[in-house]
Design a protein around this ligand. Structure first.
Ligand code: GLA
Length: 718
């Protein structure tokens, strides 16, 4: 028998034997460190008995209280927010779900899928709860399938992807909110009786104000290296909602899913309503461990091309905005070559002829090159880039339209807008109606036509600058409450087609900065643009926030002229993620240019550690006037360490920073890299220390000088 088959057989044997406690059916969803345990009560209903650190002995499950109903329904004896609320076609608004069966299969090494089937005993409604457990990474994914065989449609009002129950003395919710250029501000709130929601109703550019992820720390505020904390995110590129509700017994329920606001769904007989996946981890060693688990899972299972390297690039957006022509761009390509980056990325402003895209007021939707600017089309640019030995990438925003465009003039019925009201524009544009399959074809065609005409295009930056306004779909007619959902499904149809036809095409997910940053979209995109704000100090905070969920490989970070900090500071910040430049290189001093070339070289050499290593957040910019973090290779033989002094007080006394994640038994050399030519490294650069010393005593990385930065390469002595 082949090894893989043998493994599957053993795995099936291991998981197929159901557990029983006190004659109750027990269903255990387990990772290496986490258990989520369900039991079936004597009344036949399903209860969540446990969520937390893995229990050592199955026999102890019998001692667990039955717990709270797993997927609470509306209309029965519970007084709080239900996970599901339906209206049957006879007018009855209730649902009572009973356990029918469950299966558990090891679908591949490290991955176990559990499916629990529940049914109403009076109405032919089925709810299936799905759980995928990733053992090593301690990640559990959940989603729900709802279907029925009633004669007429059933209306769904609530349809959570996940309901989790927690029981602790105190709960501290961290959310990540903000707005354009001010994304993912971390704020911690103690939860007490009642509900707190984090949600969005923007339709597209859906998380401009609130990010689709959160942390809940139990008993104490979240800590980096200690304490129980749950980190969760929803894989949905549209309206989402997390509801945190503390009841009269101080027990917490967390509902996660699509935001049901304005989205009651008429479910046809036998249609399966699939909720998006909710992904979470539970750490008993603080947020640091939880983030590292998320990163490892993302690189191995979720992020597109998580196992492949990334290209460094030079983008022309902030260097030119809309003001460029062929020669100017070719000149910038030379700067890219000189800098040593892999790619030139052409941003907005290259398309439309009737209403040329000379500003963001017009042209969106007309994806033909502006003849006045690019008389030889993108073809010439692809050719020039190729001749210069670099790749060519290009910006598109295919889901959107300016009213001043030929697309709008010819296909107003493709645009989301209320037929009888004034139009409202966000950044002078409107959203195309992706619930319409014809519009899906058109949007797919934007990529497909460009790729067919110019197969040399090596990268797309896919933007999405407007939320949905004037919400009405000319296509959906009397099913307007399906629009928010169908729009996102339509987007996924398009992205599936792009991925199927161009599986190796890397793409950046951008949404007026960080308006889209969810793990479902990252199945199709190799990275996202965390913010239009590229000020070095702001980016420290922004990258810090996102790093709780996303590996650095997923975050594009460009050096621009936005911040007024030294070039070194801004570049060192960007070099913690997927490095790029968007700046007039020739306007830098000679030493700065030399320094930037050195950073690119170092980044290319160290990218396996920076983009795939384990992240240790050492000094928080939220708690100090400094920041420090490091990446450590899985083998613990290489690390890259960053330290920043932001705006310390005059003469502030700083303490050494203790490193983390190293092998205490090993010896390591420390070398400061990314130095401006002519500047001296820190005095401990070049020395050797034991991992034990570095983690117990630490290094004097910080100072009271404003806006300074240091980067160190750490190598295990062989
Ligand atoms: C958005 C993006 C920017 C840039 C502009 C172009 O704002 O976030 O990076 O591409 O669009 O219009």
């Amino acid at each position: 028998m082949k090894r893989a088959n043998l493994f599957l057989l053993i795995a099936l044997i291991c998981v197929s034997g159901s557990l029983y406690a006190q004659n109750r059916t027990v269903i255990k969803v387990a990772t290496d460190n986490v258990n989520l345990i369900y039991q079936v009560g004597e009344n036949g209903r399903l209860y969540q008995s446990y969520l937390g650190q893995k229990l050592r002995y199955d026999a102890d499950i019998a001692n667990l209280p039955l717990g709270k109903e797993a997927y609470l329904t509306h209309g029965m004896e519970d007084y709080f927010e239900p996970a599901i609320r339906v209206l049957h076609n006879d007018g009855n608004p209730s649902l009572l779900l009973k356990y029918v069966s469950h299966t558990q299969d090891a679908t591949k090494p490290n991955v176990t899928e559990t499916v629990i089937t529940l049914k109403d005993d009076k109405y032919p409604v089925t709810v299936k709860l799905f759980f995928t457990a990733f053992a090593k990474e301690n990640i559990i994914k959940q989603h729900t399938e709802i279907s029925h065989q009633e004669k007429k449609p059933v209306t769904l009002y609530n349809y959570a992807s996940s309901l989790l129950h927690l029981n602790a003395g105190k709960y501290f919710l961290t959310d990540f909110t903000g707005e354009w250029a001010h994304e993912v501000n971390m704020a911690e709130h103690e939860l007490d009786f009642g509900k707190r929601m984090v949600d969005t109703k923007l339709g597209s550019r859906a998380n401009m104000q609130a990010s689709p992820f959160f942390m809940v720390a139990l008993n104490d505020k979240a800590q980096e290296n200690a304490g129980d904390v749950l980190l969760g995110t929803i894989n949905w590129t549209g309206n989402f909602r997390f509801t945190f509700e503390v009841d009269q017994l101080n027990q917490l329920r967390i509902h996660s899913g699509i935001n049901p606001y304005g989205s009651e769904y008429s479910l046809q007989p036998n249609e399966v309503f699939l909720t998006p996946e909710f992904v979470f981890t539970y750490s008993t060693e603080g947020t640091g461990k939880a983030s590292r688990d998320f990163h490892r899972w993302a690189l191995a299972y979720q992020l597109k091309d998580g196992d492949k390297p990334r290209m460094t690039l030079l983008n022309n957006w902030e260097a030119t905005y809309f003001d460029f022509d062929e020669e100017k761009l070719i000149g910038i390509m030379d700067e890219a070559v000189n800098l040593g980056v892999d790619m030139f990325l052409l941003d907005d402003g290259w398309f439309a002829n009737k209403y040329p895209r000379s500003s963001d007021r017009q042209g969106l939707g007309d994806w033909q090159e502006t003849v006045g600017k690019l008389p030889n089309g993108l073809g010439r640019l692809v050719k020039e880039a190729t001749a210069k030995g670099i790749k060519f990438g290009v910006w598109i925003e295919p889901e959107m339209v300016n009213p001043k465009s030929e697309l709008y003039e010819n296909h107003k019925d493709w645009v989301i807008h209320l037929p009888n009201r004034d139009e409202y524009y966000f950044r002078n544009q409107m959203v195309l109606d992706l619930s319409n399959p014809k519009v899906q074809d058109y949007v797919f065609g934007v990529v497909d036509d460009l790729m067919t005409k110019y197969p040399g295009i090596a990268y797309f930056k896919w933007d999405c600058n407007s939320p949905i306004t004037n919400i009405y779909s000319p296509y959906l007619k009397d099913k307007q409450s399906h629009l928010y959902i169908e729009h996102v499904r339509g987007l996924y149809n398009v992205l599936e087609r792009v991925k199927a036809k161009y599986p190796d095409l890397p793409m950046m997910l951008c949404s007026g900065g960080g308006g889209r940053s969810d793990y479902k979209a990252l199945e199709y995109f190799t990275e996202f643009w965390p913010s239009d704000n590229t000020d070095g100090v702001e980016r420290i905070f922004i990258q810090w926030g996102y790093s709780h969920f996303f590996p650095s490989k997923a975050m594009a970070a460009h050096v621009t002229s936005w911040g007024k900090q030294p070039v070194k500071f801004r570049t060192d910040v960007a070099s913690m993620c997927k490095l790029g430049f968007d700046i007039r290189i020739h306007e830098m001093t000679e030493p700065e240019q030399q320094y930037c070339k050195g950073v690119v070289k170092n980044f290319k050499r160290l990218q396996p550690v920076i983009l795939e290593g384990d992240l240790y957040r050492l000094v928080s910019p939220y708690q100090t006037d400094h920041a420090s973090q490091m990446y450590v290779s899985e083998a613990k033989d290489k690390a890259v360490l960053y330290a920043f002094d932001i705006h310390p007080r005059y003469s502030e006394i700083t303490q050494p920073v203790r490193l983390q994640g190293l092998d205490p038994e090993a010896q390591y050399t420390i070398e400061e890299i990314n130095l401006i030519p002519g500047t001296r490294p820190m005095r401990f650069s070049g020395k050797t220390y034991s991992g034990d010393y570095l983690m117990k005593v630490g290094l004097p990385l910080l100072s009271s000088r404003h806006l300074t930065s240091h980067v160190f390469e750490i190598n295990k002595v062989k």
